[in-house]
Design a protein around this ligand. Structure first.
Ligand code: NDP
Ligand code: PMR
Length: 402
């Protein structure tokens, strides 16, 4: 176990950078005195009734996007045999649905027959294969191209989506990249450090543009979900494994994260891929709360984030060293017991999209060991309203909205 834990230490994985692994890191984290049970408390009080509304009938024109047929026309209501009207199919966009959590949630939602999933992905063929092998019925999904590492692609995606004339009832910002072993930063099309550029800025522009579409939806519960993580929250044991998330005074971010006249890191420090990922997750969680403060009352949209559990088997760890990829799943299963399967995580995300009991806005959802959802506490930084506003304002400038 000692060997296994040591192999999971971030410092052990960066030998090329730091010379030798620091065995003290594990000691540090084990003396943090953070009670796991705090994160496992459940809150069952939130059983809100979903308002059943009736909808007028509207037909959608079948259109073709990038050579792909948009499947059957949804109607706002469907008459059942006893004459009652049921809710029309919901329409949800999931970014990064070609693998891992996004794919599992797409499958889960599609299988209910209540949702049409728009899989917003950068690799069309990979996504098509993934959807097929997951057994998602073809009338329940479409694939649309989206590369979050290019703001032009984000704008193009929004145009294409609008041309499809589908309603937008839920948007899930799920895609992410993680570069724990990169010694030098890489950059998006516009020259932003790749992790924050993709995970935060691409999604920031996407969700800002699609807010109008969500507003127009007459679905009873409209939702914008931005996937967060425990590792961005320094009020947890996992969030205290170095390097810790820290946005500092945002000087690198304000400078454009370009690695030239400004640092590639939000806090202005030296590039660290694992930290950049965790910082991007803090931005994701701050953005969700800023959306909530600015738009929830006016629009009725539910803005939420979540930590789905540790899905140690996904493609997120593809750039990690082989030893990490070998040991991480058993470490999470047997040592931290934070492991969840892709299927289980997909169920959790699909609850946040469509469950009637999860309509509260401004919440960061987590699940306890019995897979019951509860409202979790964010770290001080990840719930700092002043920082959220600053991140929002700088992001607007960087993506060309201000
Ligand atoms: P995966 O690598 O399996 O999925 C990530 C997805 O993002 C892939 O579909 C990938 O596409 C896509 N993606 C990456 N870059 C881009 C881009 N530039 N444009 C469009 N899509 C892109 O990882 P997970 O399923 O684990 O991650 C999903 C989410 O869950 C992330 O937000 C992550 O932060 C979060 N999360 C994961 C945890 C875990 O333990 N795995 C824990 C907590 C949160 P492609 O297939 O083309 O590479
Ligand atoms: Mg972590 C309860 C303890 C716990 C949980 C739930 C996670 C989740 N991790 C925990 C503890 C530890 N981890 C401890 C004690 C160590 C030191 C041995 C440790 C190490 C570790 C590494 C090196 N953990 C990691 C890494 C990664 O590279 C992953 C990461 O930080 O990705 C950003 C990771 C994760 N641990 C988690 C989760 C959910 C991750 C991955 C992904 C994410 O946040 O998206």
């Amino acid at each position: 176990t000692v060997f296994m834990a040591a192999s999971l230490l971030p410092s052990a994985l960066c030998i090329h950078k730091e010379g030798k692994p620091k065995a003290s890191s594990l000691k540090d984290t084990s003396f943090l005195g953070i009670s796991l049970s705090d994160h496992l408390k459940s809150d069952f009080t939130l059983v809100l009734k979903c308002k059943q509304r009736e909808f007028g009938e509207r037909k959608l024109r079948a259109s073709t996007i990038r050579g792909q047929n948009i499947a059957t026309t949804p109607t706002f209501t469907r008459a059942t045999t006893d004459g009652k009207k049921t809710l029309r199919k919901g329409s949800v966009i999931i970014t990064g649905a070609s693998s891992g959590l996004g794919l599992a949630a797409a499958k889960e939602l599609a299988e209910t027959g209540k949702w049409h999933v728009i899989m917003a992905c950068r690799d069309f063929l990979k996504t098509e294969r993934a959807a097929k092998s997951a057994g998602i019925a073809k009338e329940n999904y479409s694939i649309m191209h989206l590369d979050l590492a290019s703001l032009d692609s984000v704008r193009q995606f929004v145009d294409n989506f609008r041309r499809s004339e589908r309603p937008l009832d839920a948007l899930v910002c799920n895609a992410a990249v993680y570069q724990p072993t990169a010694s030098e930063p890489s950059f998006t099309a516009e020259g932003f450090e790749l992790s924050v550029g993709t995970n935060h800025l691409g999604h920031f522009l996407l969700s800002r543009l699609l807010l109008d579409d969500l507003k127009k939806s007459d679905y009873p519960s409209k939702r914008l979900i931005i996937v967060g993580s425990i590792t961005g929250n320094t009020n947890t044991l996992a969030g205290n494994v170095p390097p810790k998330a820290n946005l500092g005074d945002l000087r690198g971010f304000a400078g454009g994260l370009n690695g030239l006249n400004s640092s590639a890191m939000i806090d202005g420090g030296k590039f660290d891929g694992a930290k950049a990922y965790k910082d991007s997750k803090v931005c994701n969680m701050l953005t969700m709360q800023e959306f909530h403060r600015r738009f929830h009352e006016e629009t009725g949209i539910t803005f939420t984030s979540l930590y789905p559990g540790c899905i140690a088997t996904t493609g997120l760890f593809r750039e990690h060293i082989p030893l990490f990829r070998l040991l991480f799943p058993p470490f999470q299963k047997f040592v931290t017991k934070g492991f969840v399967s892709e299927d289980e995580a997909g169920k959790r995300l699909s609850q946040v999209v469509s469950d009637h009991s999860l309509t509260k806005s401004g919440v960061y959802w987590s699940w306890n060991k019995s897979s019951a959802s509860f409202e979790n506490q964010l770290s001080q930084e990840a719930s700092d309203a002043d920082k959220a506003r600053k991140v929002w304002e700088i992001s607007e400038k960087l993506v060309g909205l201000a």
